[in-house]
Design a binder for this molecule. Structure first.
Ligand SMILES: [Fe+2]
Length: 261
């Protein structure tokens, strides 16, 4: 196994068949995931059982709280092209942060992707935190953001009355690396607790800009058979569309996490 760095974050792990992992590979993969936040494996051939087996490196495979999984594998969601209008992932987010214990890792595997379009962007929230204005850092230290699932609930045809909120720290400490990361997602955060709405809005706008600065980003261009695994505790991602009506099919799975602190 060799490691090729991809940008400000991210690394490609080469010369590896994920269906034939040796015992020695596992700690290297785990460590690369912590070091680079996004790891890429190209030219893989993974069926749903393989994907679930690999996901055990990061924890228990979760069932999405809103979206239904594929037949016989409820943990795996199939992402298909429903057209630009119905594309729901073109916003910066970390996955499922409206849960009490959001998933640590997401695995996204490309079955069939178009030649052009459909890149996924990843932004390092360690870098976003490090680079943040010192005054803002100290004034927001210990503050909580309120996350809501109302967006995904509406998308899935649910009743907005069933929406729920959860509070997470604006700056999250990674439980394994000990590093701090910015942890506010434009998709799910509604406000900052204990601030009036105008001030909350103003600060969130600043933080969202900070979260997605060009210099913190790795852009992944997909080929068939790519598996990308990212750490939701230290990155946000953004799924571009731009592939018209072309076929694009991916399998997605998340693994268990813990309460952010
Ligand atoms: Fe996502």
């Amino acid at each position: 196994m060799d490691i090729k760095e991809l940008g400000p974050i991210g690394a490609e792990l080469t010369n590896l068949d994920l269906t034939q992992l040796s015992k020695e590979d596992i700690p290297h993969i785990r460590q690369s995931f912590l070091d680079y936040s996004v790891i890429v494996f190209r030219n893989q051939n993974l069926n749903p059982i393989d994907l679930k087996n690999i996901s055990r490196l990061w924890g228990k495979a979760l069932i999405h709280p809103v979206f239904k999984g594929i037949e016989n594998h409820p943990e795996i969601i199939e992402i298909r092209n429903y057209g630009e209008k119905y594309h729901t992932n073109a916003h910066w987010h970390s996955d499922v942060t409206f849960e009490e214990c959001p998933p640590d890792a997401t695995l996204l595997y490309s079955l069939e992707v178009p030649e052009e379009g459909g890149d996924t962007l990843f932004s390092s929230q360690y870098l976003a935190y490090e680079d943040l204005d010192m005054d803002l850092k100290s004034s927001l230290s210990g503050k909580l953001a309120i996350h809501s699932n109302i967006g995904v609930l509406m998308l899935s045809g649910g009743d907005p009355k069933d929406a729920k909120t959860v509070e997470h720290p604006i700056f999250r400490e990674h439980p394994e690396t000990g590093k701090k990361a910015l942890y506010v997602t434009e998709a799910f955060v509604k406000s900052i607790k204990d601030l009036d709405s105008a001030e909350s809005r103003r600060i969130l706008d600043l933080l969202y800009k900070q979260a997605s600065k060009e210099e913190f980003i790795y852009r992944h261009k997909w080929s068939n058979g790519d598996l990308v695994v990212w750490d939701n505790r230290s990155v946000q991602h953004y799924a571009e569309h731009g592939y018209g009506d072309a076929t694009r099919t991916m399998h997605r799975l998340t693994t268990s996490g813990s309460k952010p602190f």
